[in-house]
Design a protein around this ligand. Structure first.
Ligand SMILES: Cc1cc2nc3c(=O)[nH]c(=O)nc-3n(C[C@H](O)[C@H](O)[C@H](O)COP(=O)(O)O)c2cc1C
Length: 182
């Protein structure tokens, strides 16, 4: 699949078939995480793969009752959870290098995007879920201190793929030379 086709064709999928994810496809998706860029190659991400329905049900309880991804987590055969190791991205010798502090959201975002694009290229669906109680999810997943649950996604074969939501025009977000100059 051509790169732009993959980028533009990926959708947030919230309806999944029950078919299992073949192990080689899962490994490709995890390899895409492995090769994501990161601050000074610190690779602050970790991933938990959940296939147990009981754990998925507990995770769903950490989402708000109106989160549209709830059902998707229960339907898809797998849920992948991206965890960040704190104090690595954006740090040197324990000191934050920028006024932005910990860059783990950025690096885990890159890892998650790689994951979603690789999944799409393999014919699999994902939907990034960020709106949930991360502290409660950490308890469910027994994530230790110093690590943060960042985001999760169901992973499986899409049953329904929604129409692409509208994007801003390029002219709406690009400036030339200085802010505000079109
Ligand atoms: C950081 C982040 C958090 C998100 N959280 C949720 C969520 O909690 N529930 C959900 O259903 N979709 C969530 N989404 C999916 C977005 O709604 C979706 O990406 C957006 O509407 C664009 O649609 P597309 O992914 O099909 O292009 C999230 C996306 C991102 C990038």
């Amino acid at each position: 699949m051509d790169l732009m086709e993959t980028i533009m064709g990926r959708r947030s999928v919230r309806s999944f078939a029950p078919d299992p994810v073949p192990e080689e496809k899962l490994q490709k998706v995890l390899q895409a995480v492995q090769w994501a860029p990161s601050w000074a190659n610190t690779q602050c991400w970790e991933v938990i793969v959940v296939k147990e329905q009981g754990t998925k049900t507990e995770l769903v309880e950490t989402l708000s009752s109106n989160n549209p991804a709830r059902e998707a987590i229960l339907q898809a055969p797998l849920t992948l959870i991206v965890i960040a190791i704190e104090g690595k991205a954006g740090f040197k010798k324990g000191e934050a290098r920028t006024d932005k502090g910990d860059w783990y959201m950025f690096d885990c975002g890159l890892a998650m995007q790689n994951l979603c694009l690789a999944a799409h290229a393999e014919g699999l669906g994902t939907v990034i879920v960020g709106s949930f109680d991360a502290a409660k999810a950490a308890v469910v997943l027994q994530v230790p201190q110093g690590k943060v649950v960042v985001a999760l996604t169901p992973l499986g074969f899409p049953e329904k793929v929604p129409a692409p939501p509208k994007r801003k025009e390029i002219e709406e977000f690009v400036y030339y030379k200085q802010y505000g100059r079109r």
